[in-house]
Design a binder for this molecule. Structure first.
Ligand SMILES: [Cu+2]
Length: 140
């Protein structure tokens, strides 16, 4: 009886160790699956090899969102906004392409050829970037 009580914390620690990994995950076959919602952009890989990258993006929010692939060395979330969004021709950023605003519940895909560098995946609808709709992405 006493022994079982001792074993429980050990198993819990082992699980915590697995879940705590913060290592980056590369898109295995060049496909990145992601979600948009209020107020978050989340993807299942935070890097990909240079070349063709396919983004499969689902709007899991309750309102429309857009999905922009922005090449920039500016830190995640730090692109200077002018009013409620950042100008898409601003210095220090290149908007590679985008999925224009699409409704909640839909999935859209975007196939791009990406060069190595630092990127941000964002929604730039009014106030959405500032509210947290951005994540960093690396092309190696
Ligand atoms: Cu949005």
């Amino acid at each position: 009886m006493g022994k079982q009580w001792i074993m429980v914390p050990v198993a819990a620690l082992a699980l915590a160790g697995c879940a705590g990994g913060s290592s980056t995950k590369s898109a295995a076959d060049g496909t990145v699956t992601g979600e948009l919602k209020e107020w978050e952009v989340s993807v299942d890989a935070d890097s990909a090899a240079a070349g063709q990258v396919t983004f499969e993006i689902t709007n899991k929010g309750t309102i429309g969102h857009e999905f922009l692939v922005v090449k920039t060395d500016i830190a995640d979330g730090e692109i200077p906004v002018d009013g409620d969004h950042f100008p898409e021709d601003a210095e220090g950023i290149t908007v590679i392409d985008e999925i224009g605003e699409f409704p909640a519940g839909e999935t859209q895909s975007l196939v791009l050829t990406l060069e190595p560098g630092a990127y941000q995946l964002v929604c730039n609808l009014p106030a959405h970037y500032g509210a947290g709709m951005h994540t960093s992405f690396i092309v190696e």
